[in-house]
Design a protein around this ligand. Structure first.
Ligand SMILES: [Fe+2]
Ligand SMILES: [Fe+2]
Length: 375
């Protein structure tokens, strides 16, 4: 082991040291939690792989000034040491927590941890395989941040007696191949929607501190600023090649926007107790997050979804109902269950296509890409 291995992933200056920190090791693996993280459904976080050579060939010259400023900001590392428990970490009575809330919150933590770790694994691999100094530097910095985020969630889970075996996940979880342009769209959006999700909860709890049922929410502001920077990097990467955001690729952008938004909607509606405890209506929260994400994405995408279209909400609700039908059918099992599952999938597919056919709103992309977190 490296002699300089930090005591905690929060203090690590690179991803390797972060992953080697003691809070990353999981002596007791909770098989149920790891199993949950292993799932690959449309609604669970996946691990990705891509054409790393193609990504390594990106030339950031067209965005050099913005690029160097962003990398400089990430290298200054304002959040070093932030993602660990301190005096602000209040005691949580896990035993006394409402069982529904406990189950949904743990599900939330496991899925967030898997998503953070998925980013970490992808970025670390890009850094390992690359030879382009600009790209390697960026991915090293982003992998560092995601290792800290995942390590911190793991701390919170460990306190509840749960450990996700992240080493095992790296080895055993299925990797989905996405060509680089799809990685840009999907990752850009997941970073920006991550920012919008975390800051919306943070601001809500700032106004309603009595609803903060777990201390991890206190860390969300710095957290989402990291995600914001990661999103900025992908915006600049897309800016290096105008083809990525024009022509037929506009359809892909619309597809990814619709997929990312509707997945969030369905997933959040599976956690009623969690949202009730926060004092947040998941439908309001969804629309609020979509609005923020849409506004930010105007920096690079030539279109935004019309989330105020009358068919938008109806389509999301149809998708949610179809998804509940699929879940119930799975539970039921047998031939009847299988048939109901297929029928539910067909309905979900139809609802998704319905959402895709809502006309998008054109956006004039500004010449200057860079944004600062404003919410
Ligand atoms: Fe993260
Ligand atoms: Fe991120």
């Amino acid at each position: 082991m490296n002699v300089q291995t930090p005591a905690h992933s929060a203090d690590a200056t690179n991803v390797e040291d972060g992953l080697a920190a003691p809070n990353f090791s999981t002596p007791v693996d909770s098989s149920a939690a790891t199993e949950l993280a292993m799932q690959n459904t449309l609604l669970t976080p996946r691990f990705y792989t891509t054409d790393f050579d193609e990504m390594d060939a990106i030339d950031v010259t067209p965005v050099r000034a913005d690029w160097d400023a962003l990398i400089g900001q990430m290298q200054s590392d304002p959040n070093k040491g932030h993602f660990k428990k301190n005096a602000d970490w209040d005691h949580i009575d896990w035993e006394g927590m409402d069982p529904d809330l406990r189950a949904e919150f743990i599900d939330f933590l496991i899925s967030s941890c898997t998503a953070e770790f998925s980013g970490c694994v992808l970025y670390k691999e890009m850094k390992r395989r690359g030879s382009n100094q600009d790209i390697v530097t960026l991915f090293q910095l982003m992998a560092r941040d995601e290792a800290r985020h995942a390590g911190f969630i793991n701390d919170a889970l460990r306190e509840a007696g749960i450990a996700v075996n992240l080493g095992f996940l790296t080895q055993a979880k299925k990797y989905t191949y996405f060509r680089p342009k799809f990685i840009y769209y999907a990752t850009y959006l997941s970073e920006k929607i991550g920012y919008a999700r975390y800051i919306t909860i943070y601001r809500h709890l700032e106004a309603h501190p009595d609803k903060r049922f777990h201390p991890i929410f206190k860390w969300f502001r710095e957290w989402c600023n990291d995600e914001f920077s990661h999103g900025e990097a992908f915006a600049l990467l897309m800016k290096t090649d105008p083809k990525l955001t024009s022509g037929g690729n506009k359809l892909w952008i619309k597809f990814f926007l619709t997929a990312v938004f509707s997945t969030m909607w369905v997933r959040d509606h599976q956690r009623p107790a969690f949202h009730q405890a926060l004092g947040v209506d998941p439908a309001w929260y969804g629309q609020e997050v979509f609005r923020k994400t849409s506004d930010i994405s105007r920096q690079v995408f030539p279109l935004v979804l019309d989330i105020d279209h009358p068919r938008w909400r109806r389509g999301l609700e149809r998708l949610d109902r179809a998804n509940r039908q699929i879940a119930a059918a799975k539970k039921r099992g047998g031939i009847g269950g299988k048939l109901a599952q297929w029928w539910g999938s067909a309905r979900a597919g139809a609802a998704f296509v319905g959402l895709l056919t809502i006309p998008a709103v054109r956006n004039e992309v500004p010449a200057a890409t860079r944004l600062e977190p404003a919410y």
